[in-house]
Write a protein that binds this ligand. Structure first.
Ligand code: DX5
Ligand code: ZN
Length: 216
């Protein structure tokens, strides 16, 4: 079954704990945490203190998407704060292999992300090392943007390589996922769908999550 990872970026931060409980009750599989530093992306969001604060609120895996420069400097802190999965941008890592090993050395699952403009070839050499590949279907930095469908062939390419190489990492899609675009992603090979606006901007989160699941 397709996993749904609501992105708390679209939640009401004034009641973040309740928002997370609401989507957990509503059937979410992961809690997606968007970390932005105002350098790698033109927006600032949240840091390890918030991860630590929400850790006791949910038993769901915290899927921490680092949109930051020098991710190596912060991985230990995010690990200690209670992350389960840490995902880093290939474009932000000078020594990607080292960074992936660093995440795994803390006992966490390690993921790699690429932006819409980055070719799949850039992460082919690391596929054997990762637990998750995240493909951006918007340019990172903001929630509520439109899905970039030209990324879909890249999703297929990664899924084909996974099969051909006999690997079992998850393929996650992030950006502009809703009831219209979800099936395009799963047909291309995605296992996990991040959804910010399509879940948190809806009154009934259970209904919103089910609507995305039913659309695939
Ligand atoms: C974008 C973030 C996304 C974003 C998704 O930089 O990585 O996770 O919150 O939001 P929606 O689903 O609204 O496009
Ligand atoms: Zn994200």
């Amino acid at each position: 079954m397709t996993k749904i990872a609501p992105s708390i970026l679209a939640s009401n931060f004034a009641k973040l704990g309740e928002e997370i409980i609401d989507v957990e009750k509503g059937g979410a599989d992961y809690i997606h945490v968007d970390v932005m530093d105002g350098h790698y992306v033109p927006n600032i969001s949240i840091g390890p203190m918030i991860v630590e604060a929400i850790r006791p609120v949910t038993s769901l895996p915290l899927d921490v998407h680092l949109m930051i420069e020098n991710p190596d400097h912060y991985i230990e802190e995010f690990a200690k704060a209670g992350s389960d999965i840490i995902t880093v941008h290939q474009e932000a890592c000078t020594h990607l292999h080292r960074t992936i090993q660093l995440i795994k050395s803390h006992g966490l699952k390690a993921g790699v992300v690429i932006n819409p403009g980055t070719p799949a070839e850039m992460i082919k050499p690391i596929l054997e090392e990762v637990d998750l590949v995240l493909l951006m279907t918007v340019n990172p930095g903001f929630g509520g943007q439109s899905f970039i469908s030209s990324v879909l062939p890249k999703v297929r390419q990664i899924a084909d390589w996974r099969r051909d190489m006999g690997l079992d990492f998850e393929i996650e899609i992030d950006g502009g996922v809703n009831t219209e675009t979800a099936k395009l992603c799963t047909d291309a090979g995605a296992d996990v769908l991040v959804a910010g606006s399509a879940v948190f901007k809806k009154e009934d989160r259970r209904e919103a999550i089910e609507a995305i699941r039913n659309a695939v």
